[in-house]
Design a protein around this ligand. Structure first.
Ligand code: NDP
Length: 449
């Protein structure tokens, strides 16, 4: 069915599901955006007649490839690699690479789709993409990870470039993996360009990139609070995850006077009633980044509670920062957060709340900063890393933090502008509409493409 003839969200979703069977995460991400965009473009023929939503929900291309590598026992292993190049209307494709055993095409399509709107919100010239593999780095030796990364990049290098597609890290891809991949790109292309972001400082990386997603997420919460005449001071905060995003979310909460109470990994969460302070955070960073240990060790060391196998969302709090993975807050947990008095959710992870959870936030009119707005700080500083690489210079930490702060304020401002509803800000609608407009306008200007 042509979009101009589509009358409702349900009809649109029916067509999308028919064209993308079984891709539940992709359906969920599109629904979350379409629920704001369809009412917005209802009386705007310039968007309706150009089939813009149908075009925006069909990725430019999806590349899928075999990745062969040898483990330490010389056994040949086979994984599948992907790059989803979703939309380059406003800049080169940009988005992370995820290595996790549950990676599927559906998950990468949802992430690439979200990335397109998020990158647009940063106001930097970046399109949307995402890639990854079902390779599980957990328990692998450094040499095995290196061999996998080299094999992955051998194929990926054909499809990326500083003006084409600039990947970065994501779950399971940190400084070590980016370095191995960048090194392999150099060997293959003999070209030193900023083709990946999140690089080491010695070879073109940017200060603040490591901190940017977590810091930006808390800055966004700070802006939502201050818009409601509140502050972070003394706020009891639930954080999930204990990886890159969670660590710097916790750090910035501490800096701004909040009290982080929890952290988690895929085995469970710790609840520290005293609050996680700088010293305890340093322990988490060492545990996760250097020793690749489990979060339960925190409970053993500091006498905190450890709860196996579930998220921290039943603990009473003022603010929640889901920073682990998609769909980690279901409808019941979302309802529990609201019931227990949570007044704000800022999403560090991508799509951590199910649609049912989101419905509870919106119904209760709490401050809900969706991932495409709240976690855009990471890709924003990646954009600044690209700029520094092109200019062949490095900005200072202070300058970059100020730029990050400004970008997050600007995103907040766009959400308020497009999300204002009867004296309340619907940040989800605001982020979706503001992100959509720029990409849609560029696509329409290009004609039928
Ligand atoms: P990391 O790999 O550094 O950390 C991921 C954390 O989430 C770990 O604590 C991990 O636990 C936990 N986790 C992963 N999968 C699951 C699962 N299925 N159930 C429970 N816990 C899980 O990744 P990042 O911190 O970089 O990414 C976290 C989230 O933030 C992702 O959604 C990512 O897309 C998003 N994001 C990241 C950005 C970045 O700059 N890094 C930018 C924007 C968004 P365990 O160690 O047990 O697996």
């Amino acid at each position: 069915m042509g979009y101009s003839t589509v009358h409702s969200l349900d009809e649109f979703m029916e067509g999308l599901k028919r064209r993308n069977p079984g891709e539940t995460e992709y359906h969920q991400a599109v629904y979350e955006v379409a629920q704001s965009i369809i009412p917005y473009i209802k009386d705007k023929p310039e968007y309706r007649n150009s089939q813009i939503l149908e075009r925006l929900t069909e990725p430019d291309r999806i590349i899928s490839f075999r990745v062969c590598w040898q483990d330490d026992e010389n056994q040949i292993r086979v994984n599948r690699g992907y790059r989803v190049q979703h939309n380059n209307a406003i800049g080169p494709y940009k988005g992370g690479i995820r290595f996790h055993h549950n990676v599927t095409q559906s998950i990468l399509k949802f992430l690439a789709f979200e990335q397109t709107f998020k990158n647009s919100l940063t106001s930097l010239p970046m399109g949307g993409g995402k890639g990854g593999s079902d390779f599980n780095p957990k328990g692998k030796s450094d040499s095995e990870v290196m061999r996998f990364c080299q094999s992955f990049m051998t194929e990926l290098s054909r499809h990326i470039g500083p003006h084409t597609d600039v990947p970065a890290g994501d779950i399971g891809v940190g400084a070590r993996e980016i370095s191995y991949m960048f090194g392999q790109y150099l060997r293959i292309k003999n070209e030193f360009t900023g083709v990946l972001t999140g690089k080491g400082l010695a070879f073109g990386g940017s200060l603040i990139r490591t901190e940017a997603t977590g810091y930006g997420c808390v800055y966004f919460m700070q802006d939502m609070l201050s818009h409601a005449d509140k502050s972070m001071d003394g706020m009891r905060c639930l954080v999930s995850g204990s990886g890159n995003v969670a660590q710097y979310t916790i750090e910035k909460i501490i800096h701004l006077g909040g009290i982080p109470l929890t952290a988690s990994d895929s085995s469970g969460f710790i609840y520290d009633k005293e609050g996680i302070n700088e010293e305890k955070l340093a322990f988490i960073m060492d545990l996760k980044n250097n020793r690749r240990g489990r979060i339960s060790e925190y409970a053993d060391k500091y006498g905190a509670e450890f709860h196996a196998g579930k998220g921290p969302w039943a603990i009473p709090c003022d603010l929640a920062f889901p920073c682990a993975t998609q769909n980690e807050i279901d409808g019941d947990q979302g309802a529990m957060l609201v019931k227990n008095g949570c007044i704000g959710v800022a999403e560090g992870a991508n799509m951590p709340s199910t649609q049912d959870a989101i419905d509870h936030y919106l119904e209760a009119k709490i401050m809900y900063g969706p991932s495409k707005a709240a976690n855009a700080g990471g890709v924003a500083v990646s954009g600044l890393e690209m700029t520094q690489n092109s200019m062949r210079l490095s900005w200072s930490r202070t300058e970059l933090d100020e730029r990050l702060r400004q970008i997050m304020m600007n995103i907040h401002g766009q959400c308020v502008e497009y999300g204002q509803q009867d004296g309340w800000v619907n940040y989800l609608a605001g982020a979706n509409i503001a992100g959509f407009r720029k990409v849609a306008d560029a696509m329409i200007a290009y004609g039928v493409v």
